[in-house]
Design a protein around this ligand. Structure first.
Ligand SMILES: [Zn+2]
Length: 289
């Protein structure tokens, strides 16, 4: 495998169809290393991460996309974020002791919704919500694209203990004749459907695309690197404490002595002494000249 931790776009020449292919390996392992997920939870998380990476290309400029499922099953939340600069982070929350041998999306999340949030930097955020009632995440995302953007889209996601991979094809609003456009989509979709999970996880991007589309004129663009990167910082943690309010934070500081906040995404610890806390709410005044 030569495409670890990269995302690549592709285009079919003389059609209105675009595509993307992604493989996460070290980035996926780095995200799992901070957590203690049962195997089937890790696999589902891998699919969410691969999907977030595929959907990040809908951001034209800088910003972030978040895919989040919330349900009433043993898993209460799965969340994966990817920035336009291909920085990934995510989390799964739930009662992992109650998971045992269940592994389907429905069993893991119960009755659930899937929210896709697009936050372009400096612009208003947009959120689309669909029921999470497909067989798998790919189906739910295809339904999201059908409903929110009216763009025919096909997605395949696969994961194992080592890596997570995804491929997407999408028909853009047609500028060529509608009949040819429908034929192109039909032909390319049929080929796309033959992609197996093993191929996704074992073949390079080039080999996957050649296997499916060697009779099409396809242009594959340069790979973009993906990595795990958390956006937490001491400054953000301070803002979160300030938003809790002076009295609550001072109470915490009195009962706990030292306030320790651990980032749930990356396990980074932020420590605040009672002196830090008082300075947070009453910053020292700059000397007056
Ligand atoms: Zn963090």
């Amino acid at each position: 495998m030569t495409n670890n931790d990269t995302l690549q776009r592709f285009l079919f020449d003389n059609t209105d169809i675009r595509g993307e292919i992604t493989t996460l390996s070290a980035s996926y392992q780095d995200l799992l290393a901070n957590q203690n997920y049962p195997p089937q939870v890790a696999l589902l998380f891998g699919e969410f991460l691969a999907a977030a990476s595929l959907l990040s290309t809908t951001l034209k400029n800088s910003g972030m996309i978040t895919i989040q499922a919330r349900g009433d099953g043993p898993i209460s939340t799965v969340m994966a974020e990817c920035t336009q600069g291909n920085k990934l982070r995510g989390i799964v929350r739930g009662d992992f002791d109650n998971i045992k041998d269940i592994s389907s999306l429905k069993e893991l999340l119960g009755s659930a919704i899937l929210a896709i949030t697009i936050e372009p930097e400096g612009k208003e955020r947009y959120q689309g919500v669909v029921p999470l009632d497909g067989e798998n995440l790919s189906q739910c995302l295809e339904f999201y694209f059908y409903q929110s953007e009216q763009l025919p889209t096909k997605i395949k996601l696969s994961s194992n203990a080592e890596s997570a991979s995804g491929m997407l094809i999408q028909q853009l609003p047609s500028s060529i004749d509608a009949e040819k456009s429908a034929d192109d989509w039909q032909n390319i979709s049929v080929l796309f459907e033959t992609l197996s999970s093993t191929e996704q996880l074992e073949l390079s991007h080039n080999d996957q695309l050649y296997r499916l589309f060697h009779e099409q004129e396809l242009r594959l663009f340069e790979p973009q690197s993906l990595c795990f990167s958390c956006s937490c910082s001491r400054q953000r943690t301070e803002s979160a404490l300030i938003s809790l309010g002076h009295d609550e934070v001072v109470d915490m500081s009195v009962t706990q002595g030292l306030i320790m906040i651990t980032c749930e995404f990356c396990s980074q610890e932020y420590r605040f002494t009672s002196r830090d806390i008082s300075e947070l709410f009453d910053p020292p005044h700059p000397p007056v000249h």
